[in-house]
Design a protein around this ligand. Structure first.
Ligand SMILES: Cc1ncc(COP(=O)(O)O)c(C=O)c1O
Length: 448
């Protein structure tokens, strides 16, 4: 996020926190001049006491909102039993979570490789794919985001604006991967129309698997919904066609659901919006109920690793597994896949009402509670409204609403604002969010 923070007292606690943090903390993932100190459900309070309704689940990590009581109880209960188990030992809760993930997953996905962060799980998937196929090269998409470690940055689309930070001087560690045009029906990179395109973007996978690799293909990595790429859902039929192609080439389809899973796009796994049974799904962000945890879930066929080739001291941490398991149990008990679908529909409908009187909204797109609003200066030529998106985020904060902004992959700071609220959000909270958003947008449009 890059935007102005609300007005503040220069001698107040917010400024003190800012000054001390500037002195001691290295900021490497954006830098918003705002401290968050308390959260409760969908409400979050900053260090100066301002309260906001959080429409982005605190970086789409707290899928049940701040300090969910059941997640808290699970952490406490686990702490009472045992708070850390080395990955070399058996751990009850690590096994229990893996069993649950397998039970809920599509197809034959039954083996879980735990990681710590999204990028570490993506690397885990890369290891698994390379060991089974013997290949080394991955097909990935323009505007994709798969992480910022040395291996995953090669799969992540690097916008010209990011090259400096992401690549400069690091060439020694940056392998190249096979990049193909992404899906984006609002701004088709191939200049085609969905009605007549025959999913040419998916066909590019085949072209690349046939010709693009140096050392043999190891797999195809796709997000089911490109979030950092501009909040773009894969068009109907895309994952199906991608899977047909990967099956014909005997390489795994690896679906990065680090953002999309756990009711974010509706179902527990985003892929379950389709009938596709991919060979791997990658989970992160919300998986640990707020604690650091990630995983790749795969089939027995793709589960082989050499001894000690992958792993992290804290992977499968029992506190994180217990929190994640409790979160999933709440999601199942309260039918949150259905809530995500229903509330996502209400949110999208509310935004479409606002669009009727708006000059800036060019497109609204979503699946479940993953919803993006693309701002443009002109609906015909679709010129991105970057400064206006910035101003809109600031205006939302002024009115007490926290939203996000993105893509493609942070290029020019993004012109797509995004909503990814907790998946247990209520109808009243959706109304509050759309109401504030409408007022903030009107403020910004009044200045045009
Ligand atoms: C789709 C996707 N994959 C991978 C990652 C990397 O996750 P992490 O930042 O936890 O390494 C992200 C993070 O935003 C993501 O959105």
């Amino acid at each position: 996020m890059n935007h102005d923070s609300p007005e503040r007292d220069p001698g107040g606690p917010g400024q003190t926190l800012r000054d001390e943090s500037d002195e001691h903390v290295i900021k490497c993932m954006g830098d918003v001049d705002m401290g968050l100190v308390h959260g409760d459900g969908l409400k979050v309070t900053d260090s100066d006491g301002n309260e906001y309704i959080d429409a982005i689940s605190a970086e789409w990590v707290l899928n049940l909102g701040f300090r969910n009581p059941e997640v808290k109880q699970a952490m406490v209960d686990q702490f009472e039993k045992i708070d850390y188990v080395s990955p070399v030992f058996e751990s009850e809760v690590r096994t229990e979570l893996a069993k649950k993930l397998a039970e809920l997953a599509p197809g034959d996905l039954s083996k879980v490789l735990y990681g710590l962060s999204g990028a570490s799980a993506v690397e885990g998937a890369m290891h698994l794919a390379m060991r089974t196929t013997g290949g080394t090269d991955f097909v990935c998409l323009d505007a994709a985001f798969h992480g910022r470690t040395f291996a995953t940055i090669a799969l992540t689309y690097v916008n010209p604006g990011m090259v400096e930070g992401a690549n400069k001087g690091l060439d020694r560690y940056l392998p190249r991967q096979m990049r193909i045009p992404n899906y984006n029906c609002y701004r088709c990179p191939l200049g085609l129309k969905r009605e007549t395109c025959d999913l040419a973007c998916a066909e590019a996978i085949e072209w690349e698997l046939d010709r693009g690799h140096l050392n043999g293909p190891a797999g195809v990595m796709v997000e089911p919904f490109q979030a950092n790429g501009g909040m773009v859902p894969a068009p109907d039929g895309y994952l199906e066609r991608a899977h047909e192609i990967t099956q014909a080439h005997d390489v795994p389809l690896i679906v990065d659901e680090i953002q999309g899973a756990l009711c974010r796009c509706g179902p527990m796994y985003a892929t379950q919006r389709t009938e596709v049974e991919p060979e791997m799904i990658i989970l992160g962000k919300a998986l640990g109920g707020g604690l650091p945890l990630s995983a790749t879930i795969t089939t027995p066929e793709y589960s082989a690793l050499l001894p000690w080739e992958y792993g992290f001291t804290q992977a499968g941490n029992p506190m994180a597994c217990a929190a994640g398991l409790a979160m999933i149990e709440v999601m199942l008990r309260d039918d949150l896949p259905a809530n995500s679908e229903k509330m996502g529909g209400l949110l999208t409908d509310g935004l479409k009402e606002i669009e009727k009187d708006s000059k800036l909204i060019g497109d609204i797109r979503g699946q479940g509670l993953m919803v993006g609003v693309e701002l443009v200066l002109d609906r015909e030529n679709k010129e991105p409204a970057f400064a206006e998106a910035d101003a809109l985020m600031a205006a939302c904060l002024e009115h007490g609403l926290m939203i996000g902004k993105t893509g493609p992959v942070f290029g020019s700071n993004g012109n797509v604002v995004k909503f990814k609220p907790a998946v247990n959000v209520t109808e009243d909270e959706i109304v509050e969010m759309t109401d504030i958003f409408g007022r903030a947008l009107a403020d910004v449009e009044a200045t045009l």
